[in-house]
Design a protein around this ligand. Structure first.
Ligand code: ADP
Ligand code: MG
Length: 378
């Protein structure tokens, strides 16, 4: 494949914040950008040259969109795989439809990982609600039932602490066609490895963030992770092998759990930029979004080293009080705090409206500034 140079047009399937930030990086590099998203006011619409408004199974519209781009990628995982296969016949698409088919489906993803010997949480596949009680009893409590498809930010999941919880669980996760039952672990830590892999199988890693969640949603990440060289090396090796097994051309985020016994297991995969990698925009030489663009355009991988340390915190709709904007002026007074807002009009509880990244050298100073920022937002 030839290099796709600035001046060409990048097509992004999905116009959420990941698409918006990718589009901004594409623009900085001098590319044109077209996006595809059903929502007329999606975050990337303000950045794109052109926006196709349509469903993710509308093959004709998708093909029309694809014809306007020199290369395609996706920021959204729930695209019909049939449609994606069609796009792939006509256009350059990275990562491939085959990669997305695995990662967009929790059961396929877990079976892929475990069949290749990657460490995962103990789990069972549940094909019918009637199977749930006996499988849950076999696996042991506590556990978590997750829909195979369409879940995100802890949605489509329910905790099971006893047999009684099984009766309503299937309905509580929206009566899925198939579900995954996982042992609920006591976690010592969560972290993620974001790996880029290019057409020539060269790879690059971002510094590893340690991730802190609240109610199933990423709350904040810190870099460096503080988890130690040995553990980080082990996780990178696993991510490298997963990317190779997927024959990945693109970006892959591998979410990890550190268990009570200090073992690491793979939680889930995302073949796209990842919320935990947003720090890279402000502290790395190359951001995760630029790296993705470089890879899909068959350009050399960018250097990913961090110029400093940092903390990234998500800003959820919960911070908006009766439609009043949070105290941005106060926040913008803090030195070293970089604010990113996604241009979403409707704040809702749990909705990711933006994030900030605090850039600094000393982690204690960074954490102190974060505490100050939280007080300003209260
Ligand atoms: P998603 O990020 O797609 O919503 P995840 O499976 O990553 O779904 O779950 C979200 C969060 O819920 C995880 O980051 C973790 O904090 C918690 N969680 C998920 N599965 C488990 C588990 N088996 N044991 C303990 N905590 C879990
Ligand atoms: Mg997750």
């Amino acid at each position: 494949m030839k290099e796709i140079l600035p001046g060409a047009t990048i097509g992004i399937l999905g116009g959420g914040q990941l698409g918006r930030m990718a589009a901004m990086e594409a623009r900085r590099l001098g590319y044109g950008v077209v996006i595809y998203d059903p929502d007329p006011s999606c975050p990337a619409a303000a950045i794109a040259d052109k926006h196709w408004i349509g469903g993710y199974d509308d093959i004709d519209k998708l093909l029309d969109f694809a014809a306007a781009a020199d290369v395609l990628t996706y920021e959204f995982e729930n695209i019909s795989s049939l449609a994606l296969r069609k796009l792939e016949e006509e256009s350059l698409l990275f990562p491939s439809a085959a990669v997305l088919e695995i990662c967009q489906h929790r059961v396929r993803e877990k079976e892929f990982l475990s069949s290749r010997g990657f460490p995962t949480v103990s789990y069972k596949v549940v094909n019918r609600p009637e199977e749930l009680s006996s499988k849950a009893a076999d696996l042991g409590f506590p556990s978590i039932l997750k829909t195979a498809q369409l879940g995100y930010d802890g949605k489509g999941q329910v905790s099971l602490s006893s047999i009684e919880d099984c009766f309503s669980a299937w309905e509580n996760i929206g009566k899925p066609a198939i579900a995954l039952l996982e042992k609920r672990l006591e976690l010592l830590a969560e972290f993620s490895v974001i790996i880029g892999r290019d057409h020539k199988k060269n790879v690059s890693f971002f510094p590893i963030p340690r991730n802190f969640h609240k109610k199933g949603i990423l709350d904040f990440t810190i870099v460096p992770s503080g988890l130690g060289k040995r553990l980080e090396k082990e996780a990178k090796e696993i991510a490298f092998e997963i990317a190779a097994a997927l024959d990945l051309i693109g970006l892959l985020a591998v979410e990890f759990f550190l268990t009570e016994n200090e073992d690491i297991v793979v939680n889930e995969l995302a073949p796209r930029p990842h919320n935990s990698g947003h720090f890279s925009l402000d502290i790395c030489l190359t951001s995760q979004f630029e790296q993705l663009l470089r890879i899909i355009c068959n350009l050399p991988l960018g250097a990913t080293s961090a110029r400093s340390n940092g903390l990234m915190r998500n800003l959820l709709g919960d911070l908006w009080r009766a439609d009043n904007q949070p105290n941005w002026a106060g926040l913008l007074k803090l030195p070293g705090l970089k604010l990113h807002l996604y241009g979403k009009k409707q704040p809702r509880v749990g909705r990711k409206m933006g994030h900030y990244c605090i850039v600094g050298e000393n982690m204690d100073d960074i954490l102190a500034l974060d505490t100050q920022a939280l007080q300003i937002l209260e």
